[in-house]
Design a binder for this molecule. Sequence first.
Ligand SMILES: Nc1ncnc2c1ncn2[C@@H]1O[C@H](COP(=O)(O)OP(=O)(O)OP(=O)(O)O)[C@@H](O)[C@H]1O
Ligand SMILES: [Mg+2]
Length: 308
Amino acid sequence: MKIIFFTGKGGVGKSTLAAASAWQLSQKSRVLLVSLDPAHNLGDIFDVAITREKKKLSQTLTLMEIDLQKLSREYLEQESDVLSRTYGYLKTLNLDQYFSILKYSPGIEEYALLTGIARIIQKETAFDYIVFDTPPTGLTLRFLALPSVTTTWIDRLIHIRRQILEKRYTIHRIRGTLSSSETVLDYKEEDDDILQRLLALNETYQDLNRTLRGQDCHFVLVFNPDVLSLKESDRLMAGLRDLGLPLRLLIDNKVSRENKDMAAHVEKKIEAAAEGVPLQRISLSSPPSPESRGGLYAISENILPENW
Ligand SMILES: Nc1ncnc2c1ncn2[C@@H]1O[C@H](COP(=O)(O)OP(=O)(O)OP(=O)(O)O)[C@@H](O)[C@H]1O
Ligand SMILES: [Mg+2]
């Protein structure tokens, strides 16, 4: 299974090109097109109502819009459940109070989004391609950074947890259990829920990191022939490079006779920064006719390389 992320500045044509490529790929393969953008418009592009999470458009093309608020809520509920089970002995911890505030905490949306993506990649194995249409650059780079950031601090937490267990074991050996009514805290690694959960989390995020950096994952950068688009593309490329994520295609979208000099200028700069990543030009199409109800432009060019 191949995974493709369409990234780029707001309004450059990520959703349009993600939709058109998914459509092109679906002529030969089974494709799932997922919108991660809180302001979904896949339904408008294909002129269908996506009332549930998934909508089968044809035998080979399925659309999916992620409900970020629902995902964040589910994420918090799941975490709250794990916390209350793991820390059941801490009766004083008022979790309900924490969770009513925690939903406003920075980072929750990013974690929820990442969890959602991980779940889709793991679950939707019946497809040959999963094409993701991403939200604005800032949010995209933040959730993509999470697997690396998270494994770094989970490693540290695992180390601390092992030290705690070691100390507990020492105390247990010296002192023994005093009375049968006394709670004996776990000191063996395999009995400690917290350590086991940290190890499991570490594996999940490392797996995800491997998938996102792997051969079958492709990041596509979409831009337009203008200076603002150039600046944001620079930021995105730097972000992907820092995170070790594979940028595999540049798309200059909405090129016309009027802007072709600007297009050449912007392309030259971006290609120089991207070092060897292939470039594809997509022309500015005439808008869909008023009779056609969807917003899918008739894009005649093949958007993705043949060998993807
Ligand atoms: N090749 C093209 N020719 C003509 N119009 C296009 C082309 N590609 C995109 N557009 C139009 O440009 C506008 C923005 O496109 P789109 O919504 O796909 O961008 P986006 O990057 O997904 O935006 P956002 O960041 O808001 O999600 C839309 O009106 C779309 O129809
Ligand atoms: Mg969009």
